[in-house]
Design a protein around this ligand. Structure first.
Ligand SMILES: Cc1cc2nc3c(=O)[nH]c(=O)nc-3n(C[C@H](O)[C@H](O)[C@H](O)COP(=O)(O)OP(=O)(O)OC[C@H]3O[C@@H](n4cnc5c(N)ncnc54)[C@H](O)[C@@H]3O)c2cc1C
Length: 392
């Protein structure tokens, strides 16, 4: 793969809206991605392997639990710093960002928000340092967009719970040390349980043959009469709102992350268009190529403003789930469109692993589907503005 020459576009001087801390956190993540991710990511994606050697580095840049308080091992940063870290990581690869998102928003967040003090002390510092990795099991083979129909259950069996069922499409599952699993009790109420690798009856078969997020490990979680200690139930919140609260945090991170992928595609295409000559001129001098590039920077700028404003509202605690849905949906669609256009600017070279664009393009096909599909987020906006849910 070509050397990483990335230069971040900032057409509306959005850096002026960031604090010194935001810029410091962002720049540290950017440098780390250039140094540790860019040189190895193409090979990892080709081999369909998660590059485990970057786990320590992810922890060092604060990517595991950026906004979890320092007393639990987190970085104690605000929501904009969290977003900027996700942007920079996804600039490198959506699969790597997925691993960080899951660890932060889908494993550390629920333990922090819904867990007991003992659970927080036991798990959060190790998750923050990368000593322990986690995954999040909500989706099931027969329940994706409609997780409320889940059939994974746990029942009281004296001094422990007995967990049965299966989860599918679970990021980090093949190597995770713990899984935050959403299941129904005997009354049909959803709770989160912390399941540890090694518990009898718990297996995590890997999902193969993916053309997308190849540098992220995906698998199933299978529970066959797994005895889960009672102290592993997270008691502070139950019902579908509990996993949805985690998804709000992860979707917010994706709204930023997708900008990173789009910026990388734009920057690559702009540089290529200025260097590549056809008909005796750089292809950047042709109006059709300029149209593509001009539209890209316009869309990136709009997405940056959306993410930044959402970050301010997240910091204030006023952002609604529907507002987060809008940003996730808009920014991922923006990125996928830019990846497709950018690939065309590179002509035949665009389909090779010499450049990052095709990998981003394929990765974004997962990003547009997971954490709520593109259509489901549109229905969430529709329900919010009309007051009429159109899901059924
Ligand atoms: C690489 C990858 C990693 C993932 N990681 C995780 C993870 O870590 N943890 C986890 O729990 N899940 C994970 N997922 C699962 C992901 O969240 C689901 O794939 C997603 O929620 C969609 O569910 P589904 O695939 O079952 O699609 P379905 O729900 O079957 O949807 C299929 C199509 O029908 C549409 N549709 C569904 N319902 C409606 C409706 N009411 N109205 C209109 N259209 C509708 C959808 O928009 C979609 O286009 C991951 C998925 C992928 C691909």
């Amino acid at each position: 793969m070509k050397a990483d020459q990335f230069q971040s576009p900032d057409y509306y001087n959005l850096d002026d809206l960031l604090s010194d801390e935001h810029k410091m956190v962002r720049d540290a993540a950017r440098e780390w991605v250039k140094r540790e991710v860019s040189p190895i990511i193409e090979e990892a994606a080709q081999k369909a392997e998660f590059p485990k050697q970057i786990i320590n580095g992810l922890a060092e840049i604060g990517a595991f639990g950026p906004y979890i308080p320092e007393e639990y091992g987190g970085a104690g940063l605000d929501q904009i710093s969290y977003g900027l870290i996700m942007q920079e990581i996804e600039r490198g690869d959506s699969g790597v960002r997925s691993t960080a998102s899951v660890q932060s928003s889908l494993v550390m967040y629920p333990i922090f928000k819904y867990g007991t003090e003992e659970q927080k002390k036991k798990y959060l510092p190790k998750l923050a340092s990368g000593e322990m990795m986690g995954c999040f099991g909500l989706t099931e083979p027969d329940h994706g967009s409609n997780p409320s129909g889940m059939t994974t259950t746990f029942k009281d069996n004296g001094d422990h719970y007995l967990l049965n069922g299966a989860k599918m499409w679970i990021s980090n599952a093949p190597f995770a040390d713990i899984a935050v699993v959403w299941a129904k009790n005997e009354e049909g109420r959803i709770y989160g349980l912390i399941v540890e690798r090694g518990m009898e009856g718990f297996t995590t078969p890997e999902t193969h043959n993916k053309w997308s997020l190849r540098a992220s490990a995906t698998g199933e979680l299978v529970f066959n009469n797994v005895k889960v200690p009672k102290e592993n139930l997270m008691p502070e919140k139950s019902g579908l709102g509990a996993p949805l609260g985690c998804l709000d945090s992860a979707r917010y991170g994706i709204a930023w992350g997708a900008i990173g992928a789009a910026m990388d595609c734009y920057d690559t295409a702009l540089r290529y268009a200025k260097e590549r000559e056809q008909f005796g001129k750089p292809i950047a001098s042709f109006q059709l190529q300029q149209k593509k590039l001009a539209e890209m920077i316009t869309e990136i700028t709009k997405a940056q403003l959306l993410a930044w404003r959402l970050g301010v509202m997240r910091n204030e605690g006023t952002a609604t789930s529907a507002q987060i849905s809008m940003a996730k949906r808009n920014n991922v669609e923006m990125a996928i469109n830019i990846a497709r256009e950018a690939r065309q600017i590179l002509g035949g070279m665009g389909i090779t692993g010499e450049y990052s664009i095709m990998r981003h393009s394929m990765n974004l096909e997962s990003v547009i589907t997971y954490e709520g599909t593109h259509d489901i987020h549109l229905l969430i906006t529709g329900a919010d503005i009309t007051g009429i849910p159109a899901f059924q």
